[in-house]
Design a protein around this ligand. Structure first.
Ligand code: PDD
Length: 268
């Protein structure tokens, strides 16, 4: 149905408590990229927040059908899937409810300038201890993104105990002496689907990987720095808090991974 006709109760726990989880999947000319990985992550998020949805595997077909009906099956698009606990009385422990499932598609207007590089700031990571769950409770992310926008930069990188965890909507990678560094997949980061693909590409290209967190002071001493996410793929970072990373240009390993990702995703 048209988005404007969708009805969701004001007593939906998603609205009152941000009590829900979500996924954003990319489609390239109608082909959903890594949809099994996204649905597997969605199942993990649902299990972690104790929302039971038995038919998650049917969402791949629903998403494909939505792309067709919205005439997005020949274009680049995104599929947004949100599941909340459903309708429940406020200020009570939620009892059994029927989860609200919402799926929509949107055309993707690629921001081409991003692949040439961006600037970022760093901010304290004030989020909770389960950032591995893709919850709709995104207030710290939204506030940090606003601060980045106020400073005229693309993204804010979160710092926890002196180390970079991730960005507000991206995973973070560094390159030092030929090795690709990124935060290990623990409770402090979202295990990005693009992150996983990037690590697979590194292995395939023989680029050494170290899943170890980057100390904040090292950020501008790296040879290269880049971000990954579903919508923007691989984004070189040229400046951190107004200080250039290396020579302030996208590095060779970033470039190599960018084109490898592009080849893989357009072939999928
Ligand atoms: N962002 N870290 C966070 C906090 C994210 O919200 C995302 C996803 C990522 C990257 O994950 P993936 O590669 O699976 O997209 C990392 C989505 C796209 C968003 O909310 O815009």
């Amino acid at each position: 149905m048209p988005g404007s006709r969708a009805c969701i109760s004001p007593n939906d726990r998603g609205f009152t408590h941000a009590d829900g989880v979500y996924e954003i999947v990319r489609s390239y000319a109608g082909t959903l990229f890594r949809i099994p990985d996204h649905l597997a992550r969605l199942k993990r998020s649902l299990a972690a927040v104790r929302i039971a949805v038995p038919d998650v595997d049917t969402f791949a077909e629903t998403a494909a059908e939505l792309l067709r009906r919205n005439r997005l099956d020949k274009k680049d698009a995104t599929v947004y899937i949100q599941i909340t606990r459903g309708i429940a009385e406020r200020m009570r422990a939620p009892g059994p409810a029927i989860p609200t499932v919402y799926i929509e598609t949107s055309p993707l207007i690629a921001r081409r300038a991003l692949c040439r590089g961006v600037s970022v700031i760093t901010l304290p990571d004030i989020r909770w201890g389960r950032c591995d769950i893709k919850t709709i409770g995104l207030l710290p992310n939204a506030l940090a993104r606003m601060q980045a926008t106020d400073k005229g930069v693309y993204e804010a990188l979160f710092i926890r105990d002196g180390f970079v965890t991730e960005g507000t909507h991206t995973n973070v990678f560094g390159v030092k002496d030929g090795t690709v560094l990124t935060h290990p997949p623990d409770h402090h980061i979202l295990p990005g689907i693009t992150r996983t693909v990037l690590l697979e590409l590194c292995r395939a290209l023989g680029i050494p990987i170290s899943e170890s967190p980057i100390p904040e002071p090292e950020l501008t001493r790296l040879d290269e720095l880049f971000l990954t996410c579903t919508t923007a793929e691989v984004i070189p970072v040229l400046r951190v808090n107004d200080v250039a990373v290396a020579d302030g240009k996208p590095g060779p390993i970033t470039r190599r991974l960018q084109s490898a990702f592009r080849r893989l995703s357009r072939r999928a």
